[in-house]
Design a protein around this ligand. Structure first.
Ligand code: ZN
Ligand code: ZN
Length: 177
């Protein structure tokens, strides 16, 4: 297990070799192709440093998907309250265990016991740099409860701006990875 935060270092992936291609499950469900641009700044992901992909599933259906470049992700995180940042970090450090594909990486519950979940990973160019993190909706709720009002508002506005059809903000965790 590695609880190291890939966003924190200058280039934590420099020494990695034999990188894997981004798997199809992290392709856009909308286009069936890899994500092309950052959701927030619209710049091509291929020209960016690392970027993060997140897909939220309700049963087997992907209801929300996004790719956000490191710069935008960091800019958004700057607005989080200190208590939320600490809560997210502590939650991840205490819970993240990176299991196989068929269980929540945070509570170890098997995939058969929940319907809704989020997957996320950090990528660069066409390669995936971290294992895919898998979080069940109960762990999503638990993490959400730890966040301050201010941080929840930032998430809420983000969803309103980028996904006008999505009624709730509580599913989105830009700092999951
Ligand atoms: Zn961006
Ligand atoms: Zn869980």
């Amino acid at each position: 297990m590695n609880s190291h935060d890939p966003w924190d270092d200058d280039d934590p992936f420099e020494t990695l070799s034999d990188l894997e291609e981004i798997p199809r499950k992290l392709y856009s469900a909308y286009t069936s192709k890899p994500f092309v641009t950052c959701l927030m700044c619209s710049r091509p992901l291929i020209e960016q440093d690392v970027f993060q992909i997140q897909k939220i599933f309700r049963r087997e259906e992907c209801i929300l998907e996004l790719a956000v470049c490191r710069e935008c992700s960091e800019t958004m995180a700057l607005e989080y309250s200190e208590e939320s940042k600490l809560a997210i970090l502590t939650f991840r450090e205490n819970s993240l265990q990176l299991l196989d594909d068929d269980a929540c990486d945070f509570c170890a519950k098997p995939r058969s016991e929940f319907e809704n979940y989020t997957i996320a990973a950090v990528c660069r160019n066409t390669s995936i740099l971290t294992p895919i993190q898998f979080m069940c909706n109960q762990c999503e709720d638990k993490l959400q409860e730890l966040l301050s009002e201010k941080t929840r508002d930032i998430h809420g506005n983000f969803i309103k701006d980028h996904f006008p059809g999505v009624p709730t903000s509580k599913d989105f965790h830009p700092t999951l990875v």
